[in-house]
Design a binder for this molecule. Structure first.
Ligand SMILES: NC(=O)c1ccc[n+]([C@@H]2O[C@H](COP(=O)([O-])OP(=O)(O)OC[C@H]3O[C@@H](n4cnc5c(N)ncnc54)[C@H](O)[C@@H]3O)[C@@H](O)[C@H]2O)c1
Length: 308
């Protein structure tokens, strides 16, 4: 299968490295508005550098969209209308309404890059959970260096990003919680922190109210120090997921190299697409966006639960 990547920024390098490890997948073309970026990534992988989506379609069966969030809908619809399979990076779009339009027009050709599900420690956690009995408490604490000086300008532009840290990495945390707990999200309550002079939040706290009554508590923080810890207290044990580990009641079940595992998560996502196996469903990817929208409405109206 021939792969074309639109957007040769930060995550595109990870896609290209992962694709190079997948037999049957060849990166053939890279497009970016910035020709130097397209040329640099294409050059490293023996692919062709082009200006935009339209120039890449003839060389690609699967088109990856690794561009700012506000461009996801338009590019996905255009690539799918041209008959290509499309893997759009998370978040699926900036609003649930846009997700609905994408599902209606391109649902049979669309995949969303909620690749966090493909980390070995997350998949192992899902396998361990049934033996631990009913989940009683779910807590996740995650950071990203949101204000890193080299962040692109669109990160702080509400129109192009659709939001801040919750739209950027919160969708991963939301998807992990709903997937591991096996329950749909009914409502979200929360708070966001928007620094003075900013239009997007750099920190957020959210409580997901899940079907069946369980809650998941998520804290997203902006700091150069990286942490990503998920703890699930169950009737018969406590499971902890780290950036490269899984433990049950303090006993290490799995240890992996966090950075290598990050690339591996993209590789497994590609392998699933090639085999026609499910990644996140479009309804699940839409749910993550709708949950962020509900969080924003909750934060703007006193922190009460807002239904999806
Ligand atoms: N799954 C993950 O772990 C993960 C990690 C990082 C980013 N992402 C997602 O990947 C996407 C891109 O993020 P990034 O950090 O790589 O951004 P980035 O700013 O580093 O890269 C985006 C690139 O797209 C180019 N571009 C912008 N609009 C374009 C257009 N219409 N056509 C062609 N090129 C265009 C820009 O010039 C830039 O080079 C976002 O959706 C982000 O949330 C996912």
């Amino acid at each position: 299968m021939r792969l074309g990547i639109v957007g040769a920024g930060e995550v595109a390098g990870r896609h290209a490295a992962a694709a190079a490890q997948v037999p049957g997948l060849t990166l053939t073309a890279v497009a970016d508005r910035d020709p130097a970026r397209a040329a640099a990534l294409a050059g490293r992988h023996g692919a062709r550098a082009v200006a935009g989506l339209d120039d890449l379609l003839d060389d690609a069966d699967l088109v990856v969209l690794a561009v700012p969030h506000a461009d996801h809908e338009d590019l996905a619809l255009r690539a799918a209308a041209a008959g290509r399979q499309v893997l759009v990076e998370k978040p699926m779009a900036t609003t649930a309404a846009a997700c609905d339009r994408m599902i209606a027009a391109a649902g049979d050709r669309l995949h969303v890059g909620q690749q966090g599900r493909f980390f070995a420690q997350v998949r192992a956690a899902r396998d361990e959970l049934p033996a631990l009995g009913a989940p009683l408490l779910y807590v996740e604490r995650r950071s990203t260096d949101y204000r890193r000086p080299d962040r692109p300008a669109w990160f702080t532009d509400r129109g192009r990003a659709g939001g801040g840290i919750a739209m950027l990495v919160g969708v991963h945390s939301i998807d992990r919680a709903a997937w591991l707990l096996g329950a749909a999200i009914d409502a979200v309550a929360g708070t966001v922190a928007v620094p003075a002079g900013w239009t997007v939040e750099t920190a957020a706290a959210a409580t997901l109210h899940l079907a069946g009554g369980l809650q998941a508590h998520l804290t997203l923080l902006d700091t150069p120090e990286f942490f990503h810890e998920t703890t699930i207290v169950c009737e018969r044990g406590t499971l902890s997921i780290g950036p490269g580990s899984l433990s049950v009641d303090g006993r290490r079940v799995l240890s992996v190299d966090g950075d290598a595992e990050y690339t591996a998560s993209f590789r497994r996502q590609y392998q699933a697409i090639l085999r026609g196996e499910p990644t996140a469903t479009l309804a699940e990817a839409r749910q993550a966006v709708a949950a962020v929208e509900a969080l924003y409405r909750s934060a703007a109206t006193g922190g009460h639960p807002v239904p999806l």
